[in-house]
Design a protein around this ligand. Structure first.
Ligand code: SAM
Length: 198
């Protein structure tokens, strides 16, 4: 194993440990025992247009696996605004992702957390929040706030381990679609995409 491979492996193990510790302290807020896998994060990022110029809001970045997938997709770091609850993860993200705006705040209080740092509409909202640990009204409130920010037809992207839509269905307000199961993730997950009906 080369020294670069060794360093990458060490960083990966360190993130697993960080994540697991955080889950031990706040299981409901973390919603997972380890970071999402590459196949899942790549699939999530594939719904974001890298050529658009509008910002992308990321909710619940954790150790930054989805942030990394967005960058690998070609989204410019200056377009990404990531809102994370955990102060420890925020410090890690700031060190890891130059140019990405990291906000320590509550994603469910979207506008208060953004605090005016984005002026207009956004290109995508990409969320890894453990929605299923929240009551339906809170989840509906989140997607409403996201749609108030999203440019027409642009996606709210969410992964979920559950069988049903993690956002309570409201066909009058938005369209819902989902991918197949990503079996290379532990546990397997699907990506749900919501767009406001025109
Ligand atoms: C399932 S983890 C996802 C982490 C990473 N994006 C991934 O896919 O591996 C959920 C993340 O959401 C964060 N989180 C939970 N509730 C939040 C909230 N209300 N506002 C912002 N972040 C929150 C947690 O601290 C955690 O980092």
């Amino acid at each position: 194993m080369s020294s670069i491979q060794k360093r990458k492996l060490k960083a990966l193990v360190a993130d697993e440990v960080r994540f697991f510790r955080s889950w031990m302290g706040k299981p409901l807020s973390m919603g997972a025992v380890s970071p999402s896998g590459k196949a899942l994060t790549k699939l999530m990022a594939s719904f974001v247009d890298p050529d658009d110029t509008l910002p992308v809001i990321e909710l619940g970045p954790g150790t930054g696996v989805v942030t990394q997938a967005l960058l690998e997709r070609g989204v410019a770091p200056e377009r990404i605004v990531s809102i994370e609850y955990s102060a420890d993860f925020c410090r890690l993200l700031e060190k890891r992702f130059t140019g990405v705006k990291i906000i320590e705040g509550d994603a469910y209080a979207l506008e208060r957390s953004l605090n005016g740092c984005i002026a207009g509409p956004v290109s995508a909202v990409i969320s890894s929040l453990p929605l299923l640990t929240q009551p339906p009204a809170r989840r509906s409130g989140l997607i409403q706030a996201a749609f108030d920010r999203l440019a027409p037809g642009q996606p709210f992207i969410q992964f979920s381990y559950g069988l049903a839509s993690p956002v309570p269905p409201d066909t009058a307000l938005f369209s819902t679609s989902h991918t197949g199961w990503v079996m290379k993730n532990v546990p397997p997950a699907r990506v749900w995409v919501y767009r406001r009906a025109h």
